[in-house]
Ligand binder design. Structure first.
Ligand code: HEC
Length: 154
């Protein structure tokens, strides 16, 4: 009987050890993985680049553009007083139904025509707006000068 108890308790012990070991390894492995996800890019960045940069990219030069760069859009929509919620609502409203009457970028409408209406999921626009509000958007080299001269003419 004694030996049986010993065997059972040894097995029990081993059982504990083996079940604890992989757990331990898992925890130490998960920590750096979690770090990776916090460094990961905002999902709105990728969505903006795939859905909007076809036209709003920061790399085309000023002459052969088909739409203003996103930084210009941002500067027209976000002032120091704009809240993120207000910006999200404004961007949703624009993308859902872009019209000449609603446009804030008159110069762009004149030059490029009104943005074509394209159905985007609400969630996509929400993430893009979230990204645009919180982050610096890439801007083309010519943009600063151009922006200053546009402001002067306003
Ligand atoms: C097919 C080309 C095209 C795509 C794709 C596109 N846009 Fe535009 N967008 C334009 C053009 C052209 C203008 C400038 C004329 C205007 O304001 O309507 C513009 C202007 C805008 C404006 C300013 C509107 C105003 O008040 O005048 C916003 C905001 C905007 N786009 C958001 C977006 C977002 C967000 C996406 C991606 C989800 C996107 N656009 C994708 C062509 C495009």
């Amino acid at each position: 009987m004694r030996t049986l108890i010993t065997i059972i308790s040894v097995l029990f012990f081993m059982g504990c050890q083996t079940s604890e070991k992989p757990n331990y390894a898992k925890v130490t492995k998960e920590v750096p993985q979690q770090k990776d996800t916090t460094i990961k890019e905002h999902p709105g960045k990728k969505l903006m680049e795939t859905n909007c940069y076809v036209c709003h990219n920061p790399t085309a030069n000023h002459e052969n553009r088909i739409a203003p760069p996103m930084i210009a859009v941002k500067k027209h929509y976000i002032t120091s007083k704009t809240t993120k919620e207000e910006f999200k609502v404004a961007l949703q409203s624009w993308v859902e139904n872009p019209t000449k009457e609603k446009a804030k970028m008159f110069g762009a409408v004149k030059r490029f025509g009104v943005m074509p209406k394209t159905p985007f999921p609400k969630k996509t626009i929400d993430l893009i707006a979230d990204y645009m509000f919180d982050n610096d958007i890439d801007q083309p080299e010519w943009f600063d000068e151009h922006y200053k001269s546009m402001k002067k003419n306003e």
